[in-house]
Write a protein that binds this ligand. Sequence first.
Ligand code: GRF
Length: 201
Amino acid sequence: MNTIAVLISGRGSNFKALFDACEDGRIDATIIAVVSDQSEAVGLQFAKDHGVETHVVEKLPEQDRQAYDRTLINTLDSINADWLTLAGFMRILGPELVNRYLGKLINIHPSLLPAYTGLNTHQRVIDAGEPKHGATVHFVTEELDGGPIIKQQSLDVLPSDTAETLAKRVLQIEHKLYPLVMQFLISGHARYENGKCYLDD
Ligand code: GRF
């Protein structure tokens, strides 16, 4: 059985979606740990309530990014999961960590990458008058939100949309897309090779 660790910073609704999919067999895996950089992350409570091991790795004031990443690596190595899924983990990870887990470190991002990397994607999409928006699951590489795309799903932006309504609809997409992609990876239908994502038909 494959194992997954989920990294969160807040609400953790994508973690819940992954957890439910593991429970009902849509993903052939077990979530063995949730790691948060925020001790107050709401998603930690869901993990505790469902018997999932939790780890809080907060950034200490004296730590730079490299020192923080090393602490995080120690925790992730001790968990030793097959897959590391970022689900609203609000920290930029440095090259040492990213390259250590290349091919097994996955992220979900609320935009149709490569468009709209970074934060506040929904408002930026509206401000730009984009007709389409969506979500992307990708391998994490050194380039922020720039790793090989595994799969994305789009929706139409409606004239009546606000950042809030868009966020809600994109999140609904995310909750289906992330489990689907994790099962692709686990079943070997998607894989990382030489900086690219290969997908079976
Ligand atoms: C999601 O929109 C995800 O794409 C982004 O952060 C948000 C996390 O939401 N990376 P949640 O914590 O999973 O509810």
